[in-house]
Write a protein that binds this ligand. Structure first.
Ligand SMILES: CC(C)(COP(=O)(O)OP(=O)(O)OC[C@H]1O[C@@H](n2cnc3c(N)ncnc32)[C@H](O)[C@@H]1OP(=O)(O)O)[C@@H](O)C(=O)NCCC(=O)NCCS
Length: 198
């Protein structure tokens, strides 16, 4: 069995080469105005501020994908932009992705794959073998992303999500082995493809 690579490098604040100049940093309470704003833009049934507060208090992995201000921007105007975020609950040899969101204006540019790759690196570095998640049956875009990233459907939770007008929607339960070549970034032994993490 190959040695388990450490995830220290990709998880720092400094830009990770695979992120093409973007950076990841841990979410804090001070970020929640912005995060809740993005959350409400991205979902019909968004997480509440309390969901984020509880996740941070519990020590869950919560990370923001940041776009540094353009060079040449005046110092007073330098506000890094938040492109997306994820929240994951660590477990014994596994991690459970609870929330992954990309700002609507930034979707379709591979940012969710960057966030997933970071989650994989983090979880792998902490001894996880498996990632779990639930996704709405109707969320085809997210399901395609997860399938591309090495997740497979392993079950369903009936009527798990509210769907408006008193209706409910099933959750699809998906699992990925962290050795999965689609999920791990190249630095950790995964394969690169045309949608790689540059
Ligand atoms: C789902 C979500 C996180 C995806 O974020 P994103 O940054 O747009 O995703 P990415 O660009 O990394 O990848 C998704 C797209 O790339 C495609 N893609 C990803 N990897 C690919 C690969 N290797 N080859 C081909 N296509 C690929 C996906 O199929 C999808 O494209 P499509 O919708 O045009 O088919 C985002 O749409 C979002 O925040 N949605 C609202 C919140 C949400 O639903 N979260 C998930 C809850 S389970």
């Amino acid at each position: 069995m190959s040695a388990r690579p450490q995830a220290t490098e990709p998880c720092g604040v400094a830009p990770w080469p695979a992120l093409g100049g973007l950076a990841l940093r841990a979410m804090t309470l001070a970020d929640l105005d912005l995060v809740c704003h993005l959350e409400q833009q991205a979902y019909s049934f968004p997480w509440s501020r309390g969901n984020f507060t509880d996740s941070l208090a519990a020590g869950y992995a919560a990370w923001l994908l940041i776009e540094p201000p353009a060079s040449g921007t005046r110092r007073a105007e330098r506000q890094p932009g938040c492109l997306g975020y994820y929240v994951a609950m660590p477990g014994v040899e596994e991690a459970h992705l609870l929330n992954i969101t990309v700002a609507p204006a930034a979707q379709g540019r591979g940012h969710a794959r960057r966030l997933l790759a970071h989650l994989a690196a983090q979880a792998w570095g902490q001894g996880a073998q498996t990632l779990w998640l639930e996704v709405r049956d109707s969320n085809q875009r997210a399901r395609r992303l997860y399938a591309f990233s090495g997740f497979t459907e392993v079950g369903r939770r009936k009527a798990y999500y509210p769907a408006g007008q008193g209706l409910r929607e099933d959750a699809v339960v998906m699992r990925a082995a962290l050795q999965s070549p689609g999920l791990l970034p190249a630095q950790l032994g995964g394969a690169e493809d045309s949608h790689d993490l540059v």
